[in-house]
Structures are given as C-alpha cells and as structure tokens.
Design a protein around this ligand. Structure first.
Ligand SMILES: Cc1cc2nc3c(=O)[nH]c(=O)nc-3n(C[C@H](O)[C@H](O)[C@H](O)COP(=O)(O)O)c2cc1C
Length: 160
C-alpha cells in the first residue's frame, strides 16, 4: 500500500502535521503551492483568502510532482478558511480525479473546528473510503508536541 500526504498550508501549522504524519508512515508528500502569492498584510490577509473560499476560486497551483493514481492511501490536510477547506484545494480536487482511495482528513484551525471541511470534502469526492479525520487548534501556537504525538498515533492506528 502506497501512502501520500497532500496538503496546503499558509502559516505552517498544517505543514507541521503533514510532515509529521508523512514521516511516521513513510509517505510521499505533495505540498500544494499557489502560483500567485496572496497579500499577507492585516485585514487583506483575511479578505482575499476569505473571498477565495466564498467564491470557490481555483487559484493556479505550481506543478504537482506526484501522481495521485500511484497511491492507495491519501491523507489530505488544510487550514480552515471561513469554516471549510482553503481555496487551493478547490484547484487540486478539480484537476485530480480522486476515486477508490482510502482517505484520511486533517485540518488546523483557530478554534472553530473542522466539521464543515470534513462534510464538504466528502461530498466533493464521494467515491472513496473515508478512514479517519482529525483536527488541531493552531499547533504552532498551542500544544505543538502533544499535537504532533496525537497526529502520529492517529495515522499509525489508521494504517498500522
Ligand atoms: C482567511 C482565513 C480564514 C480563516 N477562517 C477560519 C475559520 O473560519 N475558523 C477557524 O477556526 N479558523 C480560521 N482561520 C485560522 C486558520 O485556520 C488557522 O490559523 C490555521 O491553523 C492556519 O493553518 P496554516 O498555518 O497551515 O496556514 C482562518 C485563517 C485565514 C487566513
């Protein structure tokens, strides 16, 4: 069984979890990166990204060097933006037909939880087996070590 961790992260929280779980199960990693940088200053930081989720924008991504068809287990991670997954995931889901995979979902958020992300992505890519979901509240600011441990235990239980 081949494992892939796919994620987008703006401020590093989701990247921390993604890299930790990938290392724990010897998975390949595919980081989604947008071609165009969003503005990072104050209000604009939220405005443009919030807008991108609300209008279901599909920002162009840099070249993806992994082919999802080569994998059996795919772990998908995102920060929560306006209640759901970040807009770069829209592009990824549109350009890659994900079917008949085992899917694990993980997310980082500021306290609002990730239920809507879990529900929305299941509707978006329904023909898969969803094997687990987990979320963290900004691990870089809060419980970094504990969250990394939790993430590793979670992923090992799923495919161990
Ligand atoms: C545009 C934007 C919208 C956000 N919306 C939410 C939200 O609806 N609920 C929430 O709990 N956190 C929200 N956050 C906080 C992020 O989800 C949180 O900081 C997360 O840990 C960031 O992950 P990253 O470091 O991988 O980018 C938002 C952040 C941004 C930039």
């Amino acid at each position: 069984m081949r494992n892939l961790v796919v994620f987008y992260s703006l401020e590093g929280n989701t990247r921390l979890i993604a890299e930790s779980i990938a290392k724990a199960i010897n998975a390949d990693v595919l980081e989604l990166k947008t071609k165009k940088k969003y503005s990072d200053k104050g209000f604009k930081k939220y405005f443009w990204r919030g807008k991108s989720v609300i209008f279901k924008e599909k920002p162009e991504l840099l070249y993806l060097d992994k082919d999802i068809n080569q994998y059996d287990n795919i772990f998908i991670g995102t920060p929560i933006w306006v209640g759901t997954y970040a807009a770069p995931l829209n592009t990824f889901l549109k350009n890659n037909k994900i079917e008949k995979k085992n899917i694990g979902l993980f997310a980082c958020h500021g306290g609002g939880g990730a239920t809507k992300f879990f529900n929305n992505i299941k509707k978006e890519i329904p023909n898969n087996k969803f094997i687990g979901e987990i979320d963290f509240m900004e691990p870089l600011k809060n419980n970094k070590e504990e969250d990394v441990r939790k993430a590793i235990m979670w992923v090992k239980e799923l495919i161990g």
